[in-house]
Ligand binder design. Structure first.
Ligand code: SAM
Length: 465
């Protein structure tokens, strides 16, 4: 796919809340990821200006075949970027409208009494985005290696290991070629922001997964016991599925569903690379999965990470979260409620984790509360991970049992997690302790949600170099 088409596809996926900018770019299969990343992130930075220029010039009305995302990418490159060096027919189309677009840009500058393009950006857009403050989190894939070996590997690559972090402030202070073990999650290493490991051998061989800390919470809190049957309801591109498989030690069965063929293909590649076995991928609407089918009769754990507004993803332009329209938010929340209610219909369910990368209460606490109320007293919210500092908004009594994450409080992307369990007899799993508490990884230090960190013996296993 050509650069502009690939950039427009990433923008569309971002708008659908299908992941963060970096992940979408790297999963796009576009050969020049840095070029693609730079184009998309700059287009996002200028999105508000581009929308004004596009509407003033009437480009989308004149060119009905042009999607708003492709139009933004083309006009960004034409007016602010490298001036459409490639692009074939799209380049020709955009150039036909060049004079009108340039006039519209000039009009905006006059209106705002500025002379440079940069001055059209709000201070937040002009400043480095919050994403640049969030560390590079590296999840060790315990299906292929262990924490000690990965630490040794990075030491051999010239990084200094500073031990286990004692506070979020220590993570914030990281700089240079230094790294820490995370204070909350046992298999997570933390490097300074902007550290790029996409070309690192450990990443390309599936020994490490580049995953934001907040997005590691759902599988960590679901904590299925090895041997369990697990559903990952909205699974692609599969970082959480591979995390689940690592917790299961590849023992058990994961039923993973997603609607999107392309994302499922990427997911298949990622799972293979991560050494995941014992999973069934299905291109299926989770809402049509029949909970009474015999093959799901032993499903005791469900992870539900549905499509959302993605307003917590920091790679976006600051303030973009406000642009999610009320109608879209209502539609997303309606789907999320249906999916959560559907998930609770699986007869053997013992624990469910609901998560989003949205900041909106409508997609988070409100969804959980509505479905809990619908369920009568069949399910309850578990007070998950008491040590986690950032809690649910006070939308209903007990909402503080939910977890939130944010760049300011947890030095992560914005995120929401709720853990639900059946009340009464079905609730065989103790509330705030994962069922896999006794079954921790063979190497690495384990921290159970809510429990003090314990020293564990680490089994040596060489990382292939
Ligand atoms: N859990 C994934 C991960 O960690 O890589 C990210 C999931 S993303 C937030 C939401 C996913 O839900 C998208 O891949 C989307 O295609 C999928 N989806 C949307 N509606 C769905 C449905 N009705 N059934 C199954 N999957 C759905």
């Amino acid at each position: 796919m050509a650069l502009y088409g690939a950039a427009a596809a990433v923008l569309e996926a971002l708008e659908r809340g299908e992941g963060g900018l970096k992940a979408l770019v790297y999963n796009s299969r576009f050969p020049h990821v840095r070029q693609l990343y730079a184009l998309v992130s700059e287009t996002l930075r200028y999105a508000a200006v581009l929308e004004k220029v596009l509407s003033g010039a009437g480009l989308l009305q004149a060119e009905k075949k042009l999607s708003p995302q492709l139009a933004k990418v083309l006009v960004y490159d034409l007016l602010f970027g490298k001036g459409l060096k490639c692009g074939g027919r799209w380049k020709a189309l955009a150039r036909r409208h060049r004079a009108r677009l340039q006039a519209e840009l000039a009009r905006l500058k006059v209106q705002q009494k500025v002379s440079r393009n940069e001055e059209l950006l709000s201070p937040a857009q002009a400043a480095s985005p919050a994403a640049s403050q969030v560390p590079r989190y590296v999840r060790v894939n315990t299906l292929k290696t262990c924490v000690d070996d990965v630490i040794d590997f990075f030491k051999r690559q010239g990084y200094s290991y500073l031990g286990k972090a004692g506070s979020v402030e220590e993570l914030r202070a990281l700089s240079g070629k230094k790294f820490l073990l995370d204070l909350h999650l046992p298999e997570l290493l933390v490097f300074p922001p902007q550290t790029d490991f996409h070309d690192n051998l450990l990443y390309t061989s599936g020994h490490i997964i580049l995953q934001d800390k907040a997005s590691c919470l759902p599988a960590f809190l679901l904590s299925p016991a090895p041997g369990s049957h697990v559903i990952d309801a909205c699974a692609a591109p599969g970082n959480k599925t591979s995390h689940l498989a690592a917790i299961l030690k590849n023992k058990g069965q994961i039923f993973a569903f997603d609607m999107d063929t392309k994302r499922l293909a990427t997911m298949n590649t990622l799972l293979m690379r991560a050494g995941v076995t014992g999973f069934q991928l299905a291109q299926q609407d989770f809402l049509t999965v029949d909970p009474t089918e015999p093959r799901y009769s032993k499903v005791t754990y469900i992870l539900l990470d549905p499509s959302c507004s993605g307003s917590g993803m920091l790679s976006r332009v600051p303030g973009q979260e406000a642009a999610v329209g009320a109608q879209r938010l209502r539609a997303l929340a309606a789907f999320q409620r249906r999916a959560l209610a559907h998930a609770l219909r699986f007869p053997a369910l013992r624990r469910l984790v609901y998560s989003t990368c949205s900041l909106h209460r409508e997609e988070n606490e409100d969804v959980v509360w509505a479905v809990l109320q619908e369920s009568g007293s069949a399910f309850r919210l578990v007070d998950a991970f008491p040590a986690w500092p950032c809690r649910g908004l006070a939308a209903f009594p007990g909402a503080e049992s939910c977890l939130r994450a944010s760049p300011a409080d947890t030095l992560t992307h914005g995120f929401f997690v709720a853990v639900l369990e059946p009340c009464g007899e079905g609730a065989a799993v103790p509330s705030s302790l994962p069922a896999a508490a006794e079954e921790k990884p063979q190497c690495g230090e384990g921290t159970e949600p809510g429990a003090a960190p314990k020293k564990r013996k680490r089994k040596k296993q060489r990382v292939k170099e």
